[in-house]
Design a protein around this ligand. Structure first.
Ligand code: FAD
Ligand code: FES
Length: 350
């Protein structure tokens, strides 16, 4: 028996029922100088169409703060796709994401992720986090927008008897309400948490265009620091209402998607020069989507105009920023392809 075999045989006392080689293989799969990775430790079905995926990250990751998100990469048909997901686990525990199947990548994660799979990762980020000192809180969430707030509740409520949290969560039906049983248990165990569920299928949506609904559901809402996460309309209405009827700095919002102009660019023919591919855009489809559909390896991250991972130099033509309507037309301009559409013929250096 060689030295390596003797060492492995001795180590097996500590690693049974697994072989030491199993652990070495895992460590190797997570160690890459170039790309941070994590191994999936559990996949738990939530309500219909959602799962929670817990993973153990490799070196290069740092502990998340409750409410932060991470970029997650998965390979689909040989192409690495990145999306952002809030970390739903409490601070101090292994990270987890709770994914709802709505499109290509989320459906892949929900349907195909298994224990032992490797996820590509970027470290946690974001400033949708708990206040530094104790304050009464109002959490206003809808659908999958509850995920970052669940991390905050899991972190705060069991550990801080002086917490004071009101959660108002909207879902279509009670069966669609993420974390419903856990929230009911936490609220029963801790007076510091008060949970209101609003089922839009029967109760209708919360109207945030006036304070009337909030005055009824949480009469002291003006004395609370508010966190809102959900569909764009909910966030837009909340932002306008806090501006008009309270103080904007008492509100934090987290967006899962970007509001783009209904009236896009004029559209045009796009040439992806380095990839030798072409596509015709309709003016509201982004350059990122056009490139991906044409088979171009387009760099991307958040897909919503935040991270700037999707920058590509403009070689010729005009593009429109679909958030602001601004036109970019200078050769060499770095274009955020995830929020830009062609206005006439465009050449991109990708
Ligand atoms: C900071 C941040 C945190 C996020 N956290 C979560 C999370 O915890 N859980 C989660 O499931 N998703 C989360 N998302 C959304 C996620 O990144 C993807 O956008 C989503 O999974 C759709 O990707 P897809 O490839 O499946 O669909 P695509 O094919 O890329 O898009 C399908 C359509 O779905 C829209 N969409 C995006 N998110 C949602 C949603 N939640 N509900 C309905 N429509 C949506 C997109 O605008 C697009 O029009 C988060 C996004 C951001 C930016
Ligand atoms: S992908 Fe993040 S800004 Fe475009």
């Amino acid at each position: 028996m060689g030295v390596r075999e003797v060492a492995l045989s001795a180590a097996s006392v500590f690693t049974a029922p697994y072989q030491p080689q199993d652990y070495l293989r895992l460590v190797n799969r997570l160690s890459s100088a170039r790309q941070l990775r994590g191994v999936v430790r559990s996949v738990t079905p939530e309500c219909s169409g959602s799962v929670t995926i817990t993973f153990r990250p490799g070196r290069g990751w740092h502990a998340h703060e409750a409410g932060q998100y991470a970029r997650i990469g998965v390979e689909i048909d040989g192409v690495r796709q990145w999306r952002s997901y809030s970390l739903s686990a409490p601070a101090g525990e292994d990270p987890a994401i709770t994914v709802t199947a709505v499109g290509r990548v989320s459906s892949h994660l929900v349907q195909h992720t298994k224990v032992g799979d490797i996820l590509f990762l970027a470290p946690p980020q974001g400033d949708f986090v708990l206040p530094t000192g104790p304050r009464p809180l109002l959490m206003l969430t809808a659908g999958s927008g509850i995920t970052p707030v669940m991390s905050m509740i899991r972190t705060l409520v069991p550990r801080r008897p002086d917490a004071d949290v009101v959660l108002i969560h909207s879902a279509r039906t009670s069966q669609d309400a993420l974390f419903r049983d856990e929230l009911a248990r936490l609220a029963a165990e801790h007076e510091s948490l008060h949970v209101v569920h609003r089922y839009t299928g029967t109760d209708g949506r919360i109207d945030l265009t006036t304070p009337a609904d909030l005055d009824r559901l949480c009469p002291d809402w003006r004395s609370r620091k508010a966190y809102v996460c959900g569909p764009a309309q909910l966030l837009d209405d909340a932002t306008a209402m806090w501006h008009e009827h309270h103080a904007p700095d008492a509100l934090s919002v987290e967006r899962f998607e970007t509001a783009l102009l209904a009236d896009g660019g004029s559209g045009g023919h796009v040439v992806f020069e380095k990839s030798d591919k072409e596509a015709d855009g309709d003016g509201s489809t982004t350059l990122l989507e056009l490139g991906e559909d044409a088979g171009v390896l387009m760099p991307h991250g958040c897909r919503m105009g935040i991270c700037r991972s999707c920058l590509v130099p403009l070689r010729a033509g005009q593009v429109k920023d679909l958030r602001t309507g601004e036109i970019r037309a200078d050769e060499g301009d770095l274009i955020q392809t995830c929020i830009s559409a062609p206005c006439g013929p465009v050449h991109l250096d990708v």
